[in-house]
Design a protein around this ligand. Structure first.
Ligand code: KG4
Ligand code: ZN
Length: 352
């Protein structure tokens, strides 16, 4: 089963081809990220316009990179939620049109579940991918950490899962992005914070861990605590405007705040993971979503997870088409219903 996957939920126009949910034949990502940098976050209208320009060339490139053609493609998978409405629309309308004109089955994929299924890609001939040929075993605990989601899910088998808990406010990636903004570090905040943290002392400051439900998360209090800390560090009161903090904080203060924030954010995830492992005794733990690219998080989990820990190659952690093509393949294998190419709608608020 050769599946072409299309992912346009945010600022990446991403297309890939994966065989049987396992073997990645191509993976092409065109990002409009550089256009958003000066605004400090993704501007939905700019992202949607960029998808319109990039989608056809990206599909073409994915087909060429896989050295295949439409006759050999068995199905088209597309992200229909969650994400930005305008961005999702471009991917879904393109996939619907192709499914009709090329006469291919259409598979509707949940973006967040797609992140989890990046962990089932076990083979590729593409260069520069670090992939281990070991499928995660069930029961499987999935840690989903991205710009829009922070949740723990327990999978008893393929596509059968129970959500254990989720964030009650900000997602962890969002917290990285907001803290980066407070410190004046460039967007996207995740990579900027982790780079700054390398130069700082992660025990320089005590920051609070939120007290929420057993498997739930909350990061907005941590973000506010960082803001208060930064104001205090420059000797100002709590009504000092955050946009003036970057010019007042020195490099050492920024590095120490970044490191202390990152440590607490990562420990928050690790604490819940340890609790879930004790309770559910999974055979594997998988990490998914853009924040899975964070080296300190990977290292921390590697030190606390007693069973097999599977983490995708960094290029498969942030948004990509391969995770959608892989998920599409597994949905086909498990006989999940196909989507109707004449009616499939976007679902910007879709949850797992
Ligand atoms: O999964 P993703 O590409 O998009 C969503 O579905 O949200 O995740 C993007 C998020 C952003 O918040 C970004 O700052 C974060 O992932 N991120 C990181 C790192 N690389 C990306 N966070 C922490 N450390 C990183 N190295
Ligand atoms: Zn994502």
């Amino acid at each position: 089963m050769r599946v072409l996957g299309i992912e346009t939920s945010c600022d990446e126009t991403a297309v890939a081809i994966v065989d049987d949910g396992i073997d990645m034949k191509s993976n092409v990502v065109a990002s409009s990220m550089q256009l958003h940098v000066k605004y400090g976050g993704v501007v939905p209208e700019i992202a949607a316009r960029s998808h319109i320009e990039a989608i056809i060339p990206t599909i073409q490139e994915a087909i060429e990179q896989a050295d295949t053609n439409w006759d050999e493609i068995d199905a088209i998978a597309v992200t229909y939620g969650a994400g930005l409405g305008g961005s999702l629309l471009i991917g879904v309308l393109t996939a619907r049109t192709l499914a009709i004109t090329k006469g291919k089955p259409l598979i509707a994929c949940n973006h967040v579940l797609g992140h989890v299924y990046a962990n089932f890609i076990r083979k590729t001939n593409l260069e520069n991918y670090d992939i281990v040929d070991q499928a995660p075993e069930f029961p499987m605990l999935a840690i989903i950490v991205s710009g829009g989601h922070t949740q723990l899910a327990l999978f008893e088998s393929h596509l059968k899962y129970r959500l254990l808990g989720r964030t009650q406010d900000d997602a962890i990636g969002e917290a990285f992005d907001k803290v980066a903004k407070i410190l004046g570090l460039p967007y996207p905040g995740g990579p900027s914070i982790s780079a700054a943290a390398l130069k700082g002392d992660d025990r320089a400051f005590i920051l609070p861990k939120a007290k929420v439900g057993k498997y739930d998360f909350s990061f907005s209090g941590l973000k506010t605590a960082v803001l208060r800390l930064a104001q205090q560090q420059v000797g100002e009161s709590f009504d000092f405007p955050s946009y003036r903090l970057p010019e007042r904080l020195n490099e050492g203060q920024k590095a120490n705040i970044a490191a202390s924030f990152q440590r607490v954010a990562i420990e928050t995830i690790a604490d819940k993971v340890i609790t879930a492992i004790d309770e559910f005794k999974p055979n594997s733990v998988v990490l998914a979503g853009g924040v899975a690219a964070n080296k300190a998080l990977r290292d921390k989990l590697a030190s606390v997870v007693p069973c097999s820990l599977v983490i995708p190659d960094i290029k498969l952690c942030t948004d990509n088409g391969a995770m959608i093509a892989a998920l599409g393949g597994w949905q086909l294998k498990n006989n999940l219903p196909l989507a109707d190419p004449y009616t499939l709608d976007i679902a910007p608020n879709l949850t797992m």
